[in-house]
Design a protein around this ligand. Structure first.
Ligand code: AMP
Length: 250
């Protein structure tokens, strides 16, 4: 069984995000970029399926500018066998990404596609669900456990206040939640080996997808700056300030 795993290049989660002065978006100039953390979990799960003898091949795919090949090389260093880069110069909304991924799924015929539950830059949480609708494959979203037995998959989902386990008919789409696994680090020898692993490039035209804009980003605003705190002498002063200044208690 083949596993297709998606990898998005996003701003590194340790970086303090700066909003452009005209509020048109986030400033990405000279900012450290990285693999989306939920995609790291997706890659780890794919590799574990291969190590367990369930998967025979792990294919990583990324849609975006040429620079996203860096994250594909990371996926290869972590253990993916080959990579596919779908070239797209502009930032694409989830539906367009899902349409491109659907074409890759059609060509590759994976038994399972593993995506992150969301990309931490746009926080859309849409691509996996849309890919499921476009391909007709069953979906197990927010997965904290994935078990594959022959032609069925058991996916445990993180839902409000607990866990839900569902049985899906293969092939499936899964999206990863935080507790699914703890991703490994790539070793130096594997980083070197990854440079020689196959990385194929495809264009949007080759995949036969027309990119349509359905959503327009109107503005991005940073959160309000927090006011500096003050020290109070004792509980009585705290209660007084909460009551009479902040007016949050009666
Ligand atoms: P989103 O729906 O944008 O929050 O993204 C959910 C997941 O879809 C991400 O964690 C990725 O695994 C995948 N994904 C979204 N955009 C891309 C992209 N440009 N290239 C590869 N995978 C993507």
């Amino acid at each position: 069984m083949k596993v297709l795993v998606t990898v998005k290049r996003v701003i590194d989660y340790n970086v303090k995000v700066r909003v452009k002065s005209d509020n048109s978006g986030v400033d990405l100039n000279n900012v450290k970029m990285a693999m989306n953390p939920f995609c790291e979990i997706a890659v780890e799960e794919a590799i574990r399926l291969k190590e367990a003898g369930i998967a025979t091949e792990v294919v990583a795919v990324s849609v975006g500018e040429k620079s996203c090949q860096e994250q594909l090389r990371t996926a290869l260093a972590l253990g993916a066998d080959r990579a596919i880069h779908v070239e797209a110069e502009q930032e694409l909304e989830s539906l367009n990404v899902a349409k491109l991924l659907a074409k890759v799924v059609e060509a590759e015929q994976p038994g399972i596609v593993i995506l992150g539950k969301q990309a931490i830059d746009t926080d859309n949480n849409q691509t996996g669900q849309m890919l499921s609708a476009l391909t007709g494959m069953a979906q197990g979203t927010f997965a904290s456990n994935i078990e594959i037995k022959d032609d069925k998959a058991l996916v445990t989902r993180e839902v409000d206040g607990g866990l839900q386990t569902i049985e899906l008919a293969m092939p499936i789409i899964a999206t990863t939640d935080l507790r699914l696994n703890e991703p490994r680090y790539a070793s130096l020898p594997n980083i070197m080996k990854a440079k020689r692993k196959p990385l194929e490039t495809k264009t949007v035209e080759e995949l036969g997808v027309t990119i349509k804009e359905h959503t327009k980003l109107l503005s991005v605003t940073p959160p309000e700056e927090r006011q500096a705190g003050i020290k109070v002498a004792d509980v009585a002063e705290l209660v007084d300030k909460l009551k009479n200044e902040a007016k949050v208690i009666g």
